[in-house]
Write a protein that binds this ligand. Structure first.
Ligand SMILES: [Zn+2]
Length: 393
């Protein structure tokens, strides 16, 4: 980021505001890539995760070819327990008002979900910080390069990280920048990686009219440096901010539908500073319930990061397909509880086996294709032989 972005022509997203932030680098089109938010007159948003759609074009072509050639293809599904998608709540503690923090804690207790609290320095009193952690929430950092006396740079970033690590009494793994501040290219990701942070959430929407998938994805992704090197940090974009304050509650439905359709993560950000405004607490509880009813689980960013990293370390080898059965070896380097193993196959066989033991397979449909799914625990540094009996036999 070296300059302000171009604001939306309809006036709903004035990103050219003299403050450098991630959305100034937007590459999507205000006119072609947004669509009206159903039920909200005059508001358009990026409701399609376009990069995910392109990736799915490739996946679907591969699945179509495998189906045509009668090749049973093994896959490790994105989530445990064959979940269709995940959901994630983050809270940026701007202002650090302890009463509002307690109100939000009460709301989350009613909703019964864990959340990621991105704490801005100087943070809450130590007692309240401990209360947040004891309630099962994640303590994360909220780098401030906006407030008076706070600047963008490696040194102030490291200093705030040290201060918050001391306050938390543990290593944070997640960060989101205050106001989604961003400067330069991928240098910030390098600061995160070198400082031990595993996940960032600073790519997202700072203005209502750019809500949605303005970075093209609802999946965590690894950034790539200009020289092509993959930076070992996961970015989980922030597609919206407080419902009812930043965007109408109607926005939640299309975002959730997109996360389900593209098997990604519904990420909602609520600031404790707005918790006492009308409808906000109720809308958190409503959206949590709705997502759960649709089969999504609410995870912290720490959980998402740990799962995603473990999942990406799994390798396949020794694929052999014969007239009676297909077999393949899966190696897991980190443990994955309730991992979902998939076989692409047009007809249900229900005959999957792992290391000789037969497991009941369930029929699922992802990306428009039918799979046999088996749920099992993968242990750290272990190998498994998977077999699928052919339908004809
Ligand atoms: Zn903030």
């Amino acid at each position: 980021m070296t300059r302000d972005g171009v604001s939306a022509p309809d006036g709903t997203a004035p990103v050219s505001d003299g403050i450098l932030k991630s959305d100034d680098g937007a590459v999507l089109d205000w006119l072609l890539d947004r669509e009206p938010v159903p039920g909200v007159h005059g508001l358009s948003a990026f409701l399609q995760p376009i990069a995910d759609q392109w990736r799915e074009v490739v996946l679907r072509v591969l699945f179509e070819l495998a189906t045509k050639q009668n090749v049973p293809l093994p896959l490790l599904w994105l989530y445990p327990r064959a979940l269709p998608a995940l959901a994630h709540l983050s809270h940026d503690t701007d202002g650090n008002d302890p009463d509002k923090a307690r109100q939000l804690l009460d709301t989350l207790a009613v909703a019964d979900v864990p959340a990621t609290w991105c704490v801005i320095a100087p943070g809450y009193e130590k007692d309240l910080i401990d209360t947040v952690r004891r309630a099962g929430h994640e303590l994360a950092t909220h780098y401030d390069a906006l407030s008076d006396g706070c600047h963008w740079g490696r040194e102030p970033f490291d200093a705030q990280q040290r201060f918050l690590r001391e306050l938390f009494g543990e290593e944070p793994v997640t960060n989101k920048n205050h106001y989604l501040r961003w400067e330069g290219d991928t240098e910030f990701f390098e600061w995160c990686a070198q400082g031990g942070l595993l996940m960032d959430q600073s790519k997202g929407a700072s203005k209502t009219g750019e809500a949605g998938f303005n970075f093209g994805t609802c999946h965590p992704y690894q950034p790539v440096a200009p020289n092509g090197r993959v930076i070992p940090v996961l970015e989980l974009p922030t597609p919206t901010q407080d419902l009812h304050v930043f965007a109408p509650e109607e926005l939640a439905a299309p975002l959730m539908a997109a996360a389900e359709r593209h098997h990604g993560i519904l990420h909602l950000l609520f600031h404790p500073a707005h918790i006492d405004k009308p409808q906000v607490a109720d809308s958190i509880i409503r959206v949590v319930r709705t997502a759960q009813e649709r089969g999504l689980e609410w995870w912290t960013a720490r959980q998402i990061s740990a799962w995603e990293r473990a999942r990406r370390q799994v390798t396949w080898s020794d694929y052999r397909s014969g007239p009676e059965q297909t077999q393949v070896t899966l190696c897991a380097h980190s443990a994955l509880k309730d991992a979902t193993l998939l076989w692409l196959c047009p007809k249900s066989s229900g005959q999957a086996a792992v290391d000789g033991a037969s497991l009941s397979a369930k029929r699922v449909h992802f990306w428009g294709f039918p799979f046999e799914a088996v749920v099992m625990d993968l242990a750290e540094d272990s190998a498994y032989t998977l077999r699928l009996r052919s339908e004809e036999s």
